[in-house]
Design a protein around this ligand. Structure first.
Ligand code: CMC
Length: 428
């Protein structure tokens, strides 16, 4: 049987080292024994974690070359077709699909934690009306830690459960309130008779009617979008959640950090960036000109490309189908023609083919959100709500993993050698 080891020869010294391979990985700390002096062991240099596994995980599986995504082993296509967001969140968090009673209890617990302390409302009130709702969400979810100081007991299972219910339940409320604040509308309180997404639509759109009735097509479309965004293994925000959580801070503070990571245009902010790009292009006939600019290094085709997928993002395929259902109810989004033309040209262009750049989850999701009547500012917020389940699952897995430690990467120092302080009068 071949040995599960790697033999390394250090040509600087001629020494050989045998390093074990486990689950297709070597331990970076095993490289440390390879050294030329007492102080300096070999380190691996990997900005952006291009080929570094930061953890072992049992939550989400992605095969980027084949365009495969599975939550706890279940293909995303089956989950999107048959499950609901809350059932999916349970699966992601606890590893198995719930039985009937478990799902009822879980749904009850999520539904009955949706109200936020009135003082949080005052925090939201204090923001400028033009405040980006993602900034409001990041601030208010972080502020929740001050309302639940017991959340610091992160190694107590019961306490973690309580914060899990609160976080998954209150994120839509914070998001809904942030949206209403931006419009100067009165806050719409949670309605426990409605589903998770039905209630979210109620908190966004209820006007003077006594009872808000969500459109079932939009409610289900949003639920599927939430399923597709629930987790995506070690992405930038999950990494932020684990990294910040490794300091053993409470989960509200860690979720605020994860949401901040999601806000950026290369991650969850991409759906907003896609819409801005489509609007900037303006019409179908301007697409070739835009593609030419991208190929010339002037900006990127937003909603295209992915660190892991080198094939069509399986979530984008499902989203394209939902888009048709939503457009049937709300009318066709005129930007769709530009998006389809961009996709058509990009998928047949050598630049994109060579680099394996395909549409990702964000390419079409913004068009759907816009058709639902949501402003672009809300798009990353709509990503953060469902991703909260994934963040908590990643955080809990990290806490329970004996291998995990305070996240603290090394650096390769290339700065100045030691030198003496120069007084001001002697500086040039
Ligand atoms: N448009 C044009 N060129 C691109 C794009 C793009 N969207 N993405 C990558 N490239 C090119 C890039 O210029 C580089 O070319 P070259 O080899 O000539 O220098 C090559 O492809 C590799 O790019 P990279 O930046 O080294 O790859 P990465 O793995 O670091 O980037 C990415 C991944 C998602 C940051 C990038 O594809 C991108 O910026 N995409 C647009 C933003 C976007 O849609 N983000 C949402 C990601 S999906 C949602 C989520 O999970 O967060």
């Amino acid at each position: 049987m071949p040995s599960e080891t790697l033999t390394i020869t250090d040509n600087r010294t001629g020494k050989q080292y045998e390093i074990s391979i486990k689950n297709g990985a070597i331990k970076a700390t095993d490289l440390f024994q390879i050294r030329i002096s007492e102080e300096e062991g070999l380190v691996s240099y990997d900005p952006g974690f291009m080929n570094t596994a930061s953890c072992q995980s049992k939550i989400t599986y992605i095969d980027g070359d084949r365009g495969i995504l599975r939550y706890r082993g279940y293909p995303i296509e089956q989950i999107a077709e048959k499950s609901s967001y809350l059932e999916t969140a349970y699966l992601i968090l606890y590893g198995e699909l719930p039985n009937k009673t478990q799902l009822e209890d879980w749904t009850h617990n999520i539904t009955f934690h949706s109200i936020i302390h009135e003082n949080i409302k005052k925090v939201i009130d204090s923001f400028h009306h033009e405040a980006h709702p993602m900034g409001v969400l990041i601030s208010t979810v972080g502020a929740l830690s001050t309302f639940y100081p017991e959340a610091k007991k992160i190694f107590d299972v019961k306490t973690r459960r309580a914060q899990t219910y609160r976080l998954i339940s209150k994120m839509p409320t914070l998001a809904g309130f942030a949206y209403r604040h931006s419009l100067g509308l009165p806050y719409s309180y949670p309605d426990n008779d409605l589903s998770y997404t039905g209630n979210f639509l109620n908190m966004l759109f209820k006007m003077t009617e006594l009872k808000y009735k969500p459109n079932p097509v939009l409610e289900r479309a949003l639920d599927i979008l939430f399923i597709l965004h629930a987790d995506h293994e070690q992405n930038c925000s999950a990494n932020a959640m684990r990294s910040v959580g490794s300091s053993q801070v409470d989960p509200y503070s860690a979720v605020a950090a994860a949401a901040a990571a999601l806000y950026g245009p290369l991650h969850g902010g991409a759906n907003e960036a896609v819409l801005r790009m489509l609007m900037e292009i303006g019409s179908k006939d301007k697409v070739p000109e835009f593609i030419k600019k991208v190929k010339g290094g002037e900006g990127r085709l937003m909603g295209f490309g992915h660190r892991v997928y080198k094939n069509y993002d399986p979530r984008a395929k499902i989203i394209k189908e939902i888009a048709d259902q939503v457009f049937e109810v709300r009318g066709r989004n005129p930007l769709l023609d530009i998006a389809l033309e961009l996709e058509r040209i990009a998928l047949s262009d050598d630049y994109f083919i060579k680099r394996k750049l395909y549409p990702n989850v964000d390419f079409y999701s913004g068009l759907i959100y816009q058709s639902m009547g949501l402003p672009m500012d809300m798009f990353p917020v709509l990503f953060a709500i469902p991703r909260t389940a994934g963040w908590i699952a990643q955080w809990e897995e990290m806490l329970m993993d004996a291998d995990q430690k305070l996240a603290r990467p090394k650096q390769v120092y290339l700065g100045a050698e030691i030198r003496d302080y120069v007084p001001m009068e002697k500086r040039s």
